[in-house]
Design a protein around this ligand. Structure first.
Ligand code: FES
Ligand code: FES
Length: 223
């Protein structure tokens, strides 16, 4: 007689239940029971990172976790990225991999995206060494990693240029970053701030105090 138990996971915001044997790995439950095949299997031994998903916000190699261990958890797979509030069709990370040529065969990409998501959730402005550290458990046979790093940097810049969730300040890079370049042409009207006693202010209650010129304020959404 097969020994199974029912587990319930909240996967990409939707509660899902499935029957699993105690030995069933989370990656197999995700791919075969829940039919979410965006999560890849490269090695099944914890070496490649292709199976990375977020479990309660933490990046986990889902081939190293039993499905039963995840019972009651929130699981995010690559399929859930486009539904996040910061996504506009594609998530900024997905857009970054497209714009910066962060993939070739794409096999490692779902795991790279999830590792990148976990990094940016914790550290929105990582330097190159921090990005390389965050993806060090994810193997790519194709790209040499350089464009993957650039893709994550692209996403960090784009996320920084988005309006804050509380409707407050917007971090705007004075350099013409990816969001800045796009919004200048078809975004909102250029922002016109003003100076008070020589200090720039945008007029918001919690104005960040910069950038110092109107021209630099044209690069993103206004507060
Ligand atoms: S399939 Fe899980 S680390 Fe390779
Ligand atoms: S793009 Fe082919 S393994 Fe990374």
């Amino acid at each position: 007689m097969t020994n199974t138990r029912e587990i319930t996971l909240t996967v990409n915001g939707t509660e899902r239940s499935t029957e699993v044997e105690p030995r069933r790995l989370l990656v197999h439950a995700i791919r075969e029971d829940l039919d979410l095949t965006g999560t890849h299997i490269g090695c099944d031994t914890g070496n490649c990172g292709a199976c990375t998903v977020l479990v309660d916000g933490e990046p986990i190699k889902s081939c190293l976790m039993f499905a039963a261990q995840a019972d009651g958890s929130e699981v995010m797979t690559v399929e859930g990225m486009e539904d996040l509030p910061e996504s506009d069709g594609l998530h900024p990370l997905q857009e970054g991999f497209h714009e910066e040529h962060g993939l070739q065969c794409g096999y490692c990409t779902p795991g790279m995206l999830m590792a990148g998501k976990a990094l940016l959730d914790e550290n929105p402005d990582p330097d190159e060494a921090e990005i390389r550290e965050a993806i060090s458990g994810n193997l790519c046979r194709c790209t040499g990693y350089q464009n993957i790093v650039k893709s994550i940097e692209y996403a960090a810049d784009k996320l920084a240029a988005q309006p804050a969730a509380d409707g407050g300040t917007v971090a705007i890079d004075g350099d013409a970053g990816p969001a800045a370049a796009g919004s200048a042409a078809d975004g909102p009207e250029p922002f016109e701030g003003y100076e008070v006693d020589g200090e720039f202010t945008c007029g918001a209650e919690n104005c960040c105090g910069g950038p110092a010129t109107d021209a630099e304020h044209t690069g993103g959404d206004n507060v």
